[in-house]
Design a protein around this ligand. Structure first.
Ligand SMILES: Nc1nc2c(ncn2[C@@H]2O[C@H](COP(=O)(O)OP(=O)(O)OP(=O)(O)O)[C@@H](O)[C@H]2O)c(=O)[nH]1
Ligand SMILES: [Mg+2]
Length: 203
């Protein structure tokens, strides 16, 4: 269930809060945990574990060699966008060995962020594929890491072979306002798709 209102449906008022679930996905080390932590108004729940020598053969750390920990289950945070709109954020683990968790995490999600690092753009292919196949609206957010070459959103769209309607935005996952704009983009995109689907088909 993507939209959760209180049980008292019959007495809904305009001011009653709506809670939406969003996923924050993307490749290993793209900044998912960072983004959830940057926007969350509650202390985010994290499930970080150390990247050990033992894990090296399984965990692909190329390009993120300085990374010391990784998410092994999920991140969880919350942000109130407006008085009556609350987003619950679920950050996915970035490594392939945790794919089995995705279906559980994605249940009831209204939409998703796919965080991309242009130095390793291919790492987010799997997340893009996942949301496309399930028809979950998503925004691609390019996390502009220091030192990474800046790319035009259209080039990123082309490289990821995205539908023209999928928003591509630039962000800094460490900055609250920047991360918040990414979430707004997802909500607006999902709302627009929902409105289009409600429109009667033209004859
Ligand atoms: N310079 C810079 N560093 C960032 C940015 N976002 C994240 N980082 C750093 O990059 C590293 C990876 O960030 P995480 O948020 O753990 O990435 P993740 O996607 O959650 O990683 P996994 O859960 O292991 O897949 C951390 O050391 C962050 O401090 C950014 O926008 N700019
Ligand atoms: Mg993480």
């Amino acid at each position: 269930m993507a939209v959760v209102r209180s049980e008292r449906r019959s007495t809904l008022s305009a001011a009653e809060p709506v809670a939406l679930k969003l996923l924050v996905a993307g490749g290993f080390g793209a900044g998912k945990t960072t983004l959830v932590g940057a926007v969350s108004e509650i202390r985010p729940l994290r499930t970080e574990e150390s990247l050990s020598e033992l894990g090296r053969p399984v965990d692909l750390t190329d390009g993120v060699e300085s990374k010391r920990t990784t998410t092994v289950a999920m991140d969880f945070g919350r942000i109130t966008l407006r008085d009556n709109l609350v987003l619950y954020l679920f950050g996915t683990p970035g490594q392939d060995r945790f794919w089995f968790l995705w279906d559980e995490l994605a249940q009831g999600a209204l939409g998703a962020v796919v965080l991309a690092d242009t130095r390793r753009l291919e790492d987010c292919f799997a997340a893009v594929d996942y949301f496309e196949r399930r028809g979950i609206p998503f925004t691609v957010a390019v996390n502009c890491f220091d030192g990474a070459e800046l790319h035009d959103p259209d080039n990123v769209r082309e490289a990821l072979d995205l539908d023209s309607g999928v928003p591509v935005v630039m962000c800094d996952a460490r900055e609250r306002e920047s991360a918040k704009n990414v979430l707004i983009s997802v909500v607006e995109h999902a709302a627009q798709l929902a409105a289009e689907n409600r429109e009667p088909a033209a004859n």
